[in-house]
Write a protein that binds this ligand. Structure first.
Ligand code: N1C
Length: 275
């Protein structure tokens, strides 16, 4: 009698242990799957955006190849030790072929400039190029001793200078500015006190790369709102003029955001006639 009771208790104990073990295995599997998905997810996003950019221009294999060149820049490295030169092979793999007169630069005006460029095909920003469109809005980094791409716990823009995202934008912006020629446009934000900020990518990288006579003029479009604090006489814009290579003509025009919206929606306004 007693031994039957003992046997049952033993069975219960064994069943309990088995149940706990099963739970642990299931948990490990689920965790393993979700953690393991992290890297393929970023890669999948990269490939999908690459293919979507211009299906006719970009061959499927090209996107796979490009991914390989891209990840070489930061994978296995300390995420604060990725200099902009790390992206040199990527830039060499995707040369910019652009039309001089249509290039549009910007600073602190990302939403309004893209709202404007996406409607018509007057101007091209870096986000209208393959690399710009694939990586816009993404965060990535590597880790020493790992071959993975991480999308969380990566250093922020100002956490360290040589982080993978900041170095990418610095390098690709430099290449974009090197490709600029003829009459170049830049949309700056008239709602802030310093539309030409020396720490911005536009001021610290792009403007310095505009060289006369390749670049003939820089046309600033200062986007204003009803209560804008800044106009074309702003002190930072004087600094911009001083920065320009001798020979490049400088122009500045205040254009209200409402007027830009009107130009975006009204197709009868010809290209470049908004200001
Ligand atoms: O620092 P910014 O502006 O002056 O940089 C904008 C300038 C543009 O002319 C672009 O050619 O530099 C290029 N550029 C991008 O195209 C771009 N797309 C997305 C620079 N940065 C870019 N980003 C992200 O915006 C980037 O991650 C960084 O954090 C911001 C910089 O925007 P900003 O300060 O308004």
């Amino acid at each position: 009698m007693e031994s039957g009771e003992k046997g049952r208790r033993r069975l219960c104990r064994i069943l309990g242990v088995v149940a706990v073990l099963l739970l642990v295995v299931i948990l490990a599997l689920v965790l393993g799957l979700t953690l393991g998905q992290k890297a393929p997810t970023f890669k999948a996003t990269f490939i999908a955006k690459c293919k979507a950019f211009n299906a006719s221009m970009v061959h499927e294999d090209d996107c796979e190849k490009l991914w390989g060149v891209f990840e070489q820049a930061y994978v296995g490295r300390d995420p604060c030790e990725v200099p902009m030169e790390a992206y040199d092979p990527l830039i060499a793999a995707v040369p910019f072929k652009l039309e001089c007169k249509r290039m549009m630069f910007w600073s602190k005006s990302k939403d309004v400039v893209h709202e404007f460029t996406k409607k018509g095909d007057c101007f091209l920003t870096l986000e209208n190029t393959l690399l710009g469109s694939v990586l816009d809005g993404l965060t990535w980094c590597g880790k020493k001793g790992s071959s993975e791409t991480f999308t969380t716990s990566c250093p922020g823009w100002d956490d360290c200078v040589n982080n993978p995202v900041r170095s990418f934008w610095n390098r690709v912006s430099a290449a974009f500015a090197d490709a600029a020629c003829g009459d170049v446009s830049a949309m700056l934000n008239g709602s802030i006190a310093t539309p030409f900020n020396p720490t911005s990518v536009f001021a610290s990288i792009e403007v310095k790369r505009f060289k006369y006579p390749r670049v003939k003029s820089l046309n600033v479009v200062l986007v204003t709102q009803a209560n804008s604090v800044t106009n074309c006489t702003n002190a930072s814009l004087k600094d911009l003029q001083k920065e320009l290579d001798q020979g490049i003509t400088y122009n500045c025009k205040e254009v209200s955001e409402a007027r830009l919206e009107e130009c975006s929606s009204n197709k009868t306004i010809p290209c470049g006639a908004c200001w």
